[in-house]
Design a protein around this ligand. Structure first.
Ligand code: NDP
Ligand code: MG
Length: 391
């Protein structure tokens, strides 16, 4: 048959569900290999049955009996744990969506590339923690990585048919998140509920909070550098509260090519799914006369220290990205748990970077999976020490 074999890692999440929405509209065109999830076993089982997947995997061993139960009689294989997710990524597939949240998304992405799948990469943490490793793995196996992050999809589209040497700069937009109009002194007391409400995009909770703190944009600046290979000083961030322009590419003749679209991730997912074709997608069309004006402003570095930290991480290079991401994930967990305040997240990450900066053996290690994991662990342990020292 001419069915495309597809797998979705992080199928129960926000990106995973949008991906399934697109695939389910044309199910006959796809042969679904693997779906993975975490705690949401009911949704995972429902979609595995709906899409007739070969295998459904939960990240958590304790959920295996429940998953088996829900899949019984369906003929769909059930499995659990990190190793099972890794194994599923080695199964032949034409297109694999990497939409697990956090550093856990790296390994399945690497395995999928080794199996020569086209990797639709939503998991930006893969590029932040191990950019050179994942890009080299794709190259070694002649596998393609297509960006799914909306800004990066926009840049990718802006570069189509262009000479990379003619690119002067890349501008990615930031909505500014939930607190862009808050007075600075109120930010320290922002609550979890307030940080979890994004003005424009409907996303998973973690990336929504990261949008309010701009850690998401910090990760995306690094992601831009690693994926496209631009220098750090070519990458700019501009606050654009409407989230209609996703990115702009600036050329040496002064032209700026902007990508506009409704804030709906099904555009970037669908673009990666159908690339190099374009297909009709179920996203809203913009009415420019209705929109009337587009608003841009410079990001306030005091409000968003994460952006400054991203510059430091890019200057340091190597395993610093893995430490940065791990410290950010720990700080985010602690904010979600109510242990630290909103602005403390950036403070924790900065302190971790300062403490580990002196660890030359760690920082200068080669970019191998083992070293990335060691740097990730050190980032987490150090973040816990910093958080433990808070009053
Ligand atoms: P969600 O939190 O909505 O979903 C995350 C998915 O990963 C779920 O399927 C979850 O399972 C699973 N998961 C969580 N932890 C683990 C783990 N340790 N091991 C294996 N699976 C796990 O996240 P999003 O969909 O918002 O984001 C996914 C990725 O895409 C992130 O890297 C994010 O930065 C990126 N991204 C997201 C955008 C968006 O619009 N949402 C936009 C651009 C990028 P379960 O829920 O069942 O526990
Ligand atoms: Mg984005």
């Amino acid at each position: 048959t001419s069915q495309r074999r597809v797998s979705i890692f992080g199928a129960t999440g926000s990106i995973g569900q949008s991906t399934i929405d697109l695939i389910a509209r044309d199910l006959a065109a796809y042969d679904v290999v693997a779906l993975t999830g975490g705690h949401n076993v009911a949704l995972l089982a429902r979609d595995a049955i709906r899409l007739n997947a070969d295998i459904a995997i939960t990240a958590h061993e304790e959920h295996l009996p429940a998953l088996r139960d829900r899949l019984s009689g369906s003929g769909i294989e059930a499995a659990a744990g990190e190793a099972a997710i890794e194994e599923a990524a080695t199964r032949p597939a034409d297109w694999v969506m990497s939409a697990i949240v956090g550093a856990a998304g790296l390994l399945p992405g690497l395995r999928a590339l080794e199996a020569r799948a086209t990797l639709a990469l939503a998991n930006k943490e893969s590029l932040v923690t191990a950019g050179p490793l994942i890009m080299a793995t794709a190259k070694a196996h002649h596998a393609r990585i297509l960006p799914v992050d909306s800004e990066h999809s926009a840049v990718f589209q802006g570069l189509a048919g262009e000479n990379l040497a003619a690119v002067e700069r890349v501008i990615i937009t930031a909505s500014g998140g939930a607190f862009r109009d808050w007075p600075l002194e109120k930010l320290a007391h922002a609550t979890l509920a307030q940080a979890s409400a994004h003005p424009n995009w409907d996303m998973g909770q973690r990336i929504t909070i990261d949008s309010a703190s701009m850690f998401n944009k910090a990760l995306e600046v690094i992601e831009t550098k690693e994926y496209f290979g631009f220098r750090a000083d070519q990458i700019e961030v501009v606050v654009h509260p409407q989230s209609l322009v996703h990115a702009l590419v600036g050329f040496n003749d002064g032209a700026l090519m902007a990508h506009l679209g409704a804030p709906d991730m099904r555009h970037a997912i669908g673009y990666a799914l159908h690339w190099p074709d374009r297909r009709t997608l179920p996203v809203d069309r913009l009415d420019l006369a209705q929109i009337a004006t587009l608003e841009f402003r410079a990001p306030d570095e005091q409000r968003y220290p994460a952006l400054r930290l991203a510059r430091e991480v890019m200057a340091a290079g190597g395993l610093c990205g893995a430490i940065f991401n791990a410290a950010k994930e720990e700080a985010l967990d602690s904010f979600i748990a109510g242990r630290i305040g909103f602005m403390d997240m950036a403070d924790v990450v900065e302190q971790v970077l300062t403490r580990l900066d002196a660890d030359v053996t760690l920082m200068q290690g080669a970019m191998t999976l083992d070293n990335v994991r060691a740097a990730d662990q050190m980032g987490r342990i150090t973040a816990q020490q910093v958080i433990g020292s808070y009053p």
